[in-house]
Design a protein around this ligand. Structure first.
Ligand SMILES: Nc1ncnc2c1ncn2[C@@H]1O[C@H](COP(=O)(O)OP(=O)(O)O)[C@@H](O)[C@H]1O
Ligand SMILES: [Mg+2]
Length: 269
């Protein structure tokens, strides 16, 4: 009692219908725990299943049609104006295509994560505080890029760029970490590095992590829990152990019978 509540995420009948009528997200309700044993959730589903829409609605990068997103008990979906920027600032988001500013250095890209915390009069382009710089530099150290602080993002490799993007998310000091296919543009070794970093952050800071992964193998090896999306519906929710051994029944639910063979034994590229 009296202790700070463990971070947690709750979705209540979260729904997204795009303006063209596409029902990308049927009402999705679930709870994801942080705390001593924070969940690392892998979201699986075929192309167009609604995985990106789900993460974007949680982060309010797109407006949900209805439903609620509760982060640490606060209703993010009801926030507007300044409260909305503050709520967004607490959610770290890693994109498949990194979304860095190419001409900015690694450090400057990570400092952008600190912008919402600065007072209005400091302005966007003014000086960052020593504390902001220290947090940004520390985040880059955490991802193994201490020697790249001053390198322009455009001169970094894909794996390095994604680690800058991960550092930027860390520098937000997020209470929730989301990543949308963060490894889809990386080779397998770098993919493991990035997923490892996300997992380590979750454990160290006791926050829930939700990742859209594009391989069943990643889900099996990194996640504690698997969500399966199909046509906007949550068709599976279970521990990652349900993917151990013969997982054909689970994968059939998520991907459909005809696709399973390819998902389980992807053809070499
Ligand atoms: N901005 C958009 N406008 C209209 N429809 C969209 C938009 N973004 C995604 N969709 C549609 O929503 C559905 C879910 O897409 P998405 O969330 O991107 O799936 P996934 O990430 O699982 O591939 C798809 O039918 C897709 O075409
Ligand atoms: Mg997607």
């Amino acid at each position: 009692m009296g202790q700070r509540m463990a971070p947690s995420l709750s979705l209540r009948a979260l729904t997204k219908v795009w303006p063209n009528g596409t029902r990308a997200l049927e009402p999705v309700s679930l709870d994801v725990a942080g705390g001593d044993d924070p969940e690392f959730v892998a979201i699986l589903g075929g192309s167009g299943a609604g995985k990106s829409t789900l993460l974007r609605c949680i982060a309010r990068l797109v407006e949900p049609t209805s439903g609620q997103v509760l982060l640490d008990g606060t209703d993010m979906s009801a926030a507007t104006g300044r409260a909305l920027s503050e709520a967004r600032a607490r959610v770290g988001f890693v994109f498949q295509q990194f979304n860095l500013v190419p001409r900015y250095t690694a450090l400057e890209n990570v400092l952008l994560a600190r912008v919402p915390r600065r007072t209005y009069w400091q302005g966007i382009l003014g000086r960052f505080s020593d504390e902001d710089r220290a947090i940004a530099a520390r985040s880059l150290e955490q991802v193994g890029l201490a020697d790249k602080l001053d390198a322009p993002a455009r001169e970094l490799s894909g794996g390095q760029q994604q680690r800058v993007a991960v550092a930027r998310a860390f520098a937000q000091e997020p209470r929730l970490l989301l990543a949308d296919e963060p490894t889809a543009s990386l080779d397998p070794r770098l993919a493991d590095v990035v997923l490892d970093l996300l997992r380590a952050y979750g454990r160290e800071h006791r926050v829930p992590v939700l990742v859209n992964v594009h391989t069943v193998d990643h889900a099996r090896r990194f996640a504690t829990r698997i969500l399966g999306l199909r046509e906007g519906k949550l068709v599976f929710d279970g521990p990652s152990s349900s993917l151990a051994g013969d997982a054909e029944a689970v994968l059939e639910k998520i991907y459909g019978a005809s696709a399973v063979t390819n998902v389980v034994q992807p053809r070499a590229k």
